[in-house]
Design a protein around this ligand. Sequence first.
Ligand code: CA
Length: 418
Amino acid sequence: MADLTDAYNDYASDEIKAFMEFDEGKTLDLFTEDGKILGIPSYEDPYMSAQFLWIRKDWLDKVDLAVPKSLEELETAAQAFVDQDPDGNGKDDTYGLALHKDLISWGYDARGLFYTMGAYPKTWVKGEDGKLIPGETQPETKEALDLMSKWYKSGIIDKEFALKDTDKVVEDIVAGKVGISFGEWWYPNHPLNVSKEQDPEADWIPLELPTYKGEESKTSIPTSRIGDITVVKKDFEHPEAAIKMINFYQELQKPEYDDEVTAENGYVYNWFQPRVYKPDDFQTAFQEVNEALDQNADKVDSTNTTTLTVFEGAKKYLDGDESMWGLYFSRAAKDGGWATVERIREKGNVVYDEFAGGTTPTMVSKGSSLEKMTDETFVKMIMGSESIDKFDDYVKNWSKLGGNKITEEVNEWYEENQ
Ligand SMILES: [Ca+2]
């Protein structure tokens, strides 16, 4: 691959350079070897993956409980959602915490609960000795599974969770069967908006991860949410051409070109590869939209397309268009989803998943069977069909069946790339 260092330094626009600096150059560093830039990555704000929780405030009010701050208080609320008929229909038909068969997934899963307890299964966090450790085999993970098995017994976790996929859990959320879900900032956009449509009383609010043993909890976030990477063939005569194209496509994404950049005008390459996206578009939108709303402005002036979309939706919502609630409450509201992401960012309550090295050789040969063993063992332990005391056996098996080798490979990568 061609060395793009000079081309980048000489030709990349100030905006592209600002994109690369958004995460202090962390992502660009992944594609830099011996000081040479070999690829220009497009990446997203890793805080988009921050886990927190959504809870029904109207149910808390019904069972006469304050907004929970600690894990113990969350447990009390969740149990009340099981026992005290929060939907008031006289039937024993609600449960506490949304969960499904994939405990570590992309939504309505157990990541937020694990992170609350300092457990980081299926991520690689830096240990005290500076080496990366696999979260799934650590004692904190055992502790979290133990708590979940207790919650399964007490009905906080649905008895059918192991038979449910994300669609089924979403059905429960929408149908008013469950009052708490760990997850991300975008939930209001779907499915919480549908929950509100079904039941206008459904008042979902976001909360940062509860405290645990008196300490603030830290969500895991990836080192980087990498998209496409632009590279140039070695010995290509004009490596700067790639940089110029990146500049060009970035420029074209600006709202001022919206009328011009249409298929009729020949712009049919909207998904062409060298697009580098603004990593902080949601953060920028949140700030700009709130500044404009605070000043009662009718318009928002921005080169960030997301700002324009969010402002328009927020205005409509504030003028009474309920169909815009999801967009408003996920992206703009000061007590909404993205606002919670910003609070987590300000406090720095994150633990990075430090491994960004792709798939190691032993992951290729053993990774999927190890994951399967992990998933099955954890679900069995929660359901009580396998004792938590067997966790140490699980760790031994995991290590022996390829886990130790994978850990070595991951740390070899880390030594070369940190
Ligand atoms: Ca009920």
